[in-house]
Design a protein around this ligand. Structure first.
Ligand code: UDP
Ligand code: MG
Length: 317
């Protein structure tokens, strides 16, 4: 059998309502656009510890279609780990990632692959008409994520959150060499890519089931980005410290001068000190929190646990 040209990677966590229709649309697109075995395709699903019938459905597909593989995780490790799990076995030259909930139409895949053929290393999807389809609760955090990512990575993309993306083989190989635990794939990919572009892609409502991202997972993702790709928070901390120290010193001078001018007014001074004290205590807690975030991550990296455990790979021989 030839090596595939396009590898499609799909993380799956409790998506039983979507899998059949997803596979139907995806396989039609792949058969139509990549019929030539010299430029063939494969699909790698990762079952990220689903508790519904997803795994059985995926295995049934893999039993029928030799170009489909299923990476089974022993429990839920999160979307980005699931994508990494699939990355570790893909064979194609172009790797396309896709969400399973049909928010990313499989019909857009040829468009992304064409861009890679033009010579780009990374092609991101830029979701059009998103505001109509997703709730504010979901789009507002994404907007913040985008803005911060743009700042910290220095690559100005419009849509970092879209997981409909295509990567050249070398980029995926480089990402696989990263040993860190918490990684945000689009930002990580950009740090290895030379030519990056975006193409507008359609975006629809989640076909069935619920979003697997709660507010905590989103906050966690934001911290991954902030600490994973820049030392900005630490640097801000020092700047903040200097500013606060200066202010404190100036206030101290001011209070001394005041004391000389009005030797009888003491009570006011006590309240001023209280205000300053609270200010410092607050600032310290912010500082501790941020330092703790870094230390926690260092701790995790030092333990060097495997990012995930693959139980089995289901594939026809
Ligand atoms: N997903 C996963 N593991 C998780 C959470 C999500 O593999 O812990 C998969 C999920 O099945 C879907 C994709 O990641 O294919 C995106 O998830 P979702 O649609 O819930 O995210 P949203 O569109 O709300 O950002
Ligand atoms: Mg979704």
């Amino acid at each position: 059998m030839h090596n595939p040209y396009v590898s499609v990677v799909i993380p799956i966590f409790n998506e039983e309502e979507n899998i059949l229709i997803l596979w139907e649309r995806l396989s039609r697109v792949l058969h139509e656009n990549f019929p030539n075995p010299d430029r063939g395709w494969e699909v790698v699903f990762t079952d990220d510890g689903s508790r519904d019938g997803s795994l059985e459905m995926l295995r049934a597909i893999a039993e029928e279609e030799p170009r489909v593989s299923v990476v089974e995780f022993n429990r839920n490790y999160g979307q980005h780990s699931a994508i990494f799990g699939a990355f570790s076995i893909v064979a194609g030259e172009v790797i396309v990632t896709l969400d399973a909930d049909l928010q990313n139409p499989p019909e857009e895949i040829p468009k992304l692959v064409a861009k890679i053929d033009e010579g780009f290393d990374v092609v991101g999807g830029w979701r059009q008409g998103r505001m109509h389809n997703d709730s504010l609760f979901r789009t507002l955090p994404s907007k913040i994520v985008n803005a911060v990512t743009r700042k910290t990575t220095g690559v100005a993309l419009n849509d970092y959150g879209c997981m409909l993306r295509a990567y050249r083989r070398e980029i995926v190989d480089a990402m696989l060499q990263c040993k860190e635990r918490s990684s945000f794939i689009p930002a990580l990919a950009n740090s290895f890519a030379k030519r990056i572009t975006e193409v507008p892609v359609a975006h629809s409502e989640r076909a069935a089931g619920e979003s697997k991202y709660g507010i905590w997972k989103l906050i966690n993702l934001q911290f991954d980005l902030l600490t994973g790709f820049s030392l900005l928070p630490l640097q801000m901390l020092s700047v903040l410290g200097v500013v606060i120290a200066l202010l404190g010193f100036l206030l101290f001078i001011g209070l001394v001068v005041y004391r000389f001018l009005h030797p009888e007014g003491t009570a006011q001074g006590v309240f001023t000190l209280f205000a300053i004290l609270f200010f410092f205590v607050g600032a310290q807690f912010v500082a501790f929190g941020l330092l703790g975030e870094y230390i926690g991550r260092i701790y995790q990296e030092v333990r060097d646990r495997p990012r995930f455990v693959v139980k089995r790979i289901h594939k026809q021989l």
